[in-house]
Design a protein around this ligand. Sequence first.
Ligand code: SIN
Ligand code: NI
Length: 257
Amino acid sequence: MTNRLSKEQIDFYQENGFVQVDDVLSADELQEFRQYIEEAMQEENQNAIKNNAQNGSYYRVLNQKVNTWRDHGGMARYAFHPRFAQMARQLTGADGIRFFHDHALWKMPGDSKPTPWHQDLPYWPMDQDKALSIWIALDDVDENNGCMMFVPKSQTVGKLKGIDLVNPQDIFQFTKGTFVEEQRPVIVRMKAGSCTFHSGLTFHYAHANNTANPRRAFAIIFMPDGTVYNGQRHVVTDDCALTPGQPFAGGRFPRLA
Ligand code: SIN
Ligand code: NI
């Protein structure tokens, strides 16, 4: 599998704030990865963070687990895979890329709710704005089971307020009268084993899952080397001995590319 992106893909990301990259997993890797993520989602973990109770209203948006790598070596293999980090490095143009956290993101069948329009960066404890996510589809995704949508160029409006994913505010109220009103969201249907990258500033949304099976996705959040912890609360940093103003480093935030 290649880790080289084309100039067109890099230019598209820099202009639009997201890019689709097909076939980032081989068929064998996809099979293995699905097995690992099934195991990781079932296990009671010491270190991974499952932050939504079953049957709660959050669960209808997302059944999620953060930092699966800390309990499951197979998940660590994919979370730290240099292929993904090298792509993130090419997209951002950063000298180096560090790992922030991984994120198993399942949309469960049965009264599923969309993931409302939001930016990711307001939730992350950093002031720099070049961090980004890879979102890897482990199932084929379309509007019926929770594929993503992105607003092209919305990353240029800068960091807004964090949106409550259960009782969402309308993010577009913050961009009234700007070019964002005219932008058509792009629906990204993908085959399992393909991915998107999106900037922490890009407006994105995921459809509800109206099928009988979970929609399984895995995200990894990457940040340019030199990104600094700003002291904001976050599940990943709350138990770390980081002081505000300190660059992310060490074994929890390894440099991967
Ligand atoms: C989702 O997987 O439904 C949302 C992912 C994201 O917000 O980045
Ligand atoms: Ni998001």
